[in-house]
Design a protein around this ligand. Structure first.
Ligand code: GLC
Ligand code: CA
Length: 567
């Protein structure tokens, strides 16, 4: 096993409910994932990150956990989880599971106990229960808003039937925020970590990792609605200065107290055999604060969402790459790159949709896959799926309901995976899929993408090839940071160009016109080093890309990988 496998890993996110259904109830499950392990192995990935499959009323896609140490019947049972871990390991795939420490479902035993207990009780102190303001306590303890819309507080009925205290929920009202000042919360999560570590998982994705410690919980915020809009990845009509000012100080995110928790967790991970890892979902601002989560005694990785909101635009991308690599180098952590996930629009759609969106998405993926660090791929990204315009009647995301339909929510990116071209529900399920699958997806199915120029084939090649490139860099590049750095080449406007080591070069044309580029103009050093004429196109995001007579033809919205061939 190579050391610190996660540093440059390709990690694939499975959203179990939408991956593969094994029993015809229309929802994906763990047995379904097991049946598709071969597909994932072929793709060349190193690890699978599974979104939650724990006991849950499923009001927020399982991120409302009612028992973190058991499997929800809709996904199977604990035996299935054990068998998935075992079978993945047998074929050399690692398993990362989600942990959701910011909140519990209101169906969790603890919350029921809290409801049955009196104000001020030990049971209530596991959550954030407070009296309301106003004559009858009818005004919430503060003015914070839920990130899913509406107030961040819900009032409960006390045992005598009267309206009583309020509890905090930064997300849905069925997701009660936990009070991390209470040592019981610490020990319960440690039990959960150990439970899954004992079962052999290789790591954890930590949900809302920046949210656990809260400060000034009874103070109003100057602009609570603005703040939640600033925090939403799908809101784009806010002025940058306004957003930055709001995000620079969020009383419930990125408080100093979170780091103590992760230092403690790190000691637990390190006490287990093998190389267990963790990755934080912590979208903090400015990004220089993000690397504080991956200091050497804290977590291993943090998602870098710069590319998740990036346009296909050279200056922005170059600046984001430089900033990320500089920041992670300060703490000796690896970079990560994320193009989409279950909370964001799908990449092709975000980049404009249709043929052009697809072209840009392919080019963006090849750019990302060649960068130093780890990559995360969200299921269906490798197929070039787009968001689905669902009828409102099919929607299930609490965002849709809490904003009264103003925000459509995230269901469009969660539609099940099409496997077969002509089967019912494209082979996802023999029953009725939980979200309707479009009737035009046949061409996008896994089965239809066997040709070498398909989206899927390109992902397979890039995931395999990036491993070779990495091995080559490790062998041939000297110096501590040699293998993890890149060297920019001077290139025409709208073109990104860099080398990594002596044998790899990348060119990305973000322009909507073709660029002809004589290699000697951009890589004079490499020409002198004796490589002239040895470069070959290793991979390209469009078929028209070419290297003829030492001149590169870069079609619009295209990324091309060059490797130098042995002499
Ligand atoms: C994270 C999850 C998201 C969920 C939220 C609340 O952001 O990725 O799906 O809704 O946390 O748990
Ligand atoms: Ca099922």
């Amino acid at each position: 096993m190579s050391s610190q496998w996660w540093r440059e890993a390709a990690i694939y996110q499975v959203y179990p409910r939408s991956f593969q259904d094994s029993n015809g109830d229309g929802e994906g499950d763990l047995k379904g994932v097991i049946s598709r392990l071969g597909y994932l192995k072929d793709l060349g990935i190193d690890a699978i990150w599974l979104s939650p499959f724990y006991t849950s009323p499923n009001n927020d896609g399982g991120y409302d956990v009612a028992d973190p140490r058991d499997v929800d019947p809709r996904f199977g049972n604990l035996k299935d989880a054990e068998s998935l871990i075992e079978k993945a390991h047998e074929i050399g795939l690692k398993i990362i599971v989600d942990i959701v420490p910011n909140h519990f479902s209101t169906e969790h035993r603890w919350f029921k106990e809290a409801l049955a207990s009196n104000p001020g009780s030990q049971a209530r102190s596991r959550f954030h229960f407070f009296d309301g303001r106003g004559v009858d306590g009818e005004i919430p303890p503060n003015n914070w808003c839920s990130i899913f819309g509406g107030p961040a507080w819900t009032r409960v009925r006390e045992n005598d039937g009267s309206l009583g205290q309020w509890y905090l929920h930064l997300f849905d009202s069925t997701q009660a925020d936990l009070n991390w000042e209470n040592p019981e919360v610490w020990s319960d999560f440690e039990s959960t970590l150990r439970f899954w570590l004992d079962k052999g998982v290789d790591g954890f994705r930590i949900d809302v990792a920046h949210g656990l410690a809260k400060e000034e919980i009874l103070k109003d915020h100057r602009d609570p609605e603005g703040l939640t809009r600033a925090l939403r990845l799908d809101v784009s009509d806010m002025a940058r200065e306004e957003r930055e000012s709001l995000l620079s100080d969020v009383p419930f995110f990125d408080r100093e107290g979170v780091h103590e928790i992760y230092r403690r967790w790190r000691r637990i991970f390190d006490s287990y055999p093998g190389e267990r890892m963790s990755v934080a979902e912590a979208w903090v601002h400015p990004s220089s604060r993000a690397v504080r989560y991956v200091r050497s005694d804290e977590l291993h990785q943090i998602f870098n969402f710069d590319f998740l909101i990036a346009e296909w635009e050279a200056n922005f991308l170059k600046a984001a790459i430089d900033k990320t690599l500089t920041e992670v180098a300060e703490v000796s952590a690896p970079a990560t790159w994320v193009l989409c996930n279950h909370d964001s629009p799908r990449l092709v759609s975000r980049l404009g949709g249709g043929e052009v969106g697809r072209k840009k998405a392919r080019a963006m993926a090849l750019l990302t896959h060649a960068l130093p660090g780890g990559i995360y791929i969200y299921q269906g990204e490798e197929l070039g799926l787009e968001d689905v315009a669902l009828p409102d009647s099919a929607r299930q995301d609490p965002v849709f309901f809490r904003t009264k339909g103003v925000d459509k929510g995230r269901d469009g990116a969660r539609v099940p995976i099409p496997w077969q071209a002509n089967e019912k529900s494209y082979g996802f399920s023999t029953g009725q899929p939980w979200l309707p699958m479009p009737d035009y997806w046949s061409e996008l199915s896994v089965e239809s993408q066997s040709k070498p120029e398909s989206h899927l084939a390109m992902y397979r090649q890039s995931i395999h090839l990036r491993k070779e490139i990495k091995e080559d860099l490790e062998k041939n590049v000297e110096g501590e940071n040699g293998a993890t750095s890149l060297h920019w080449l001077t290139s025409p406007k709208g073109v990104l160009a860099f080398t990594r080591g002596e044998n790899f070069a990348l060119f990305a044309n973000t322009n909507d016109h073709e660029i002809l580029l004589p290699l000697a103009d951009v890589m004079p050093g490499h020409a002198r080093a004796g490589h002239r004429g040895n470069w070959i196109v290793a991979l390209s995001s469009s078929r028209e890309a070419a290297l003829v007579a030492e001149t590169l033809t870069l079609p619009p919205h295209t990324t091309i990988w060059l490797r130098s061939a042995p002499k």
